[in-house]
Design a protein around this ligand. Structure first.
Ligand code: KG4
Ligand code: ZN
Length: 358
């Protein structure tokens, strides 16, 4: 029987609900909060939590209406139970528990990162195993996906996530938030070679990554231009944005090359790579990763842009896989601020300063 799952997502600054049947996305509604946080230069957890609590039921109603599926036809209620900003995760979990109690529909707690990491199966019919690069505002890791609930991390950031660096760079350059799309837009007319920016950790073996040094270098380089010219011209902004984006793309491409070599040595019969998470929406990064895969004879998949960033379709899909495996939850399901996908590999030192965000 194909399961019809209601998905609920509220772990950061998007309130989302979706209805997914098998791999058919019947609806996917996202209420963003960008405007609410605009004055603060980042997501304010308390504001996010309150906005989730206010909007979540409306969002669910809209998802059901758009899908034209009554609640009585839903087989399972999947909700992000972590990792994320705890107030937001709690809003979603409490709402899902209430709905499950009132209707008797089974409850399924989903790891937000598993939602991102399983998206290639939802949108691109990928099959296990595959190498996954998860790049978002709070995470950056290479994972081998063995099954819907077994992942091995073979590398990751030792400090910031690239999305965080994009957001910071946008602030440094006086561009809007979220920073990724703003920097990408500014970079379109820029010269990526004008400024010399570092490619952190490329000189070290392995596929761990680092982005905090690049952030600092951006700040210094901007200050240098400002001191020289008493301001930033549009061309300076574009060149800085293009230089930054090229540096991130270079690092991600080189580290992906290494991760692929490691993955292919273990799984030569399944040359398959997928990228997901908000930063996977970046056109230059997508193109670089795709070119790399083509050169190595590896199948490449990247979800459509709307399913790269946070959404509830990925949570519904991941929840459906859990439910099919008999992994439903009861009312003891708790909201978790931290929840590594691979809990056998030791946590990385310094990883995810903003780790609550995924
Ligand atoms: O996965 P996601 O929606 O949320 C969490 O991180 O939880 O990722 C959001 C991140 C933000 O940092 C945003 O700036 C970045 O993804 N992002 C991008 C682009 N679109 C979104 N970064 C680079 N280029 C983009 N086009
Ligand atoms: Zn996310």
């Amino acid at each position: 029987m194909t399961l019809t799952i209601l998905g609920i997502e509220s772990s950061c600054d998007d309130t989302a609900a979706a209805v997914v049947r098998g791999t058919d996305i019947l609806s996917s509604v996202v209420y963003g909060q960008t405007a609410l946080h605009a004055d603060f230069g980042g997501v304010v957890p308390e504001i996010a939590a309150r906005a989730h609590a206010e909007k979540i039921d409306l969002c669910i109603e809209e998802a059901l209406a758009q899908a034209d599926v009554p609640l009585s036809a839903i087989d399972g209620i999947a909700v992000t139970a972590g990792p994320g900003l705890i107030g937001g995760v709690l809003s979603g979990v409490m709402c899902a528990k209430g709905l499950a109690t009132a209707t008797g529909i089974p409850l399924i707690g989903v790891n937000h990162l598993a939602g991102h990491a399983l998206t290639p199966m939802l949108t691109e019919s990928a099959s296990f195993p595959y190498l996954m690069l998860l790049v978002s505002g709070g995470h950056c890791q290479f994972l081998i996906a063995h099954s819907h609930d077994r992942f091995t991390r073979i590398g990751g950031t030792i400090d910031d996530a690239p999305g965080e660096a994009f957001d910071k760079t946008a602030r440094i350059l006086g561009l809007g938030q979220p920073g990724g799309p703003a920097v990408q837009k500014a970079a379109e007319d820029g010269d990526p070679l004008r400024f010399k920016l570092p490619r952190p950790l490329l000189d070290r073996p392995g596929c761990d990554l680092s982005f905090s040094g690049l952030k600092t270098a951006m700040l210094r380089t901007r200050d240098g231009v400002m001191a020289e010219k008493q301001g930033l011209t549009g061309a300076d902004q574009a060149d800085l944005a293009a230089g930054f984006q090229r540096a991130v793309a270079d690092v991600l491409a080189e580290k992906t090359d290494r991760a692929l070599t490691e993955y292919l040595a273990l799984n030569p019969a399944q040359p398959s790579f997928a990228v997901a998470g908000g930063v996977a929406a970046n056109t230059e990064i997508r193109a670089r990763l795709q070119a790399l895969c083509t050169a190595k004879g590896v199948t490449y998949s990247a979800p459509p842009l709307a399913l790269c960033t946070d959404n509830a379709a990925m949570i519904a899909y991941a929840g459906g896989l859990r439910m099919a495996a008999g992994q439903t939850d009861d009312m003891t399901l708790s909201a978790r601020p931290r929840w590594p996908l691979d809990d056998r590999t030791p946590a990385m030192l310094g990883s995810g300063k903003k780790g609550a965000k995924a």
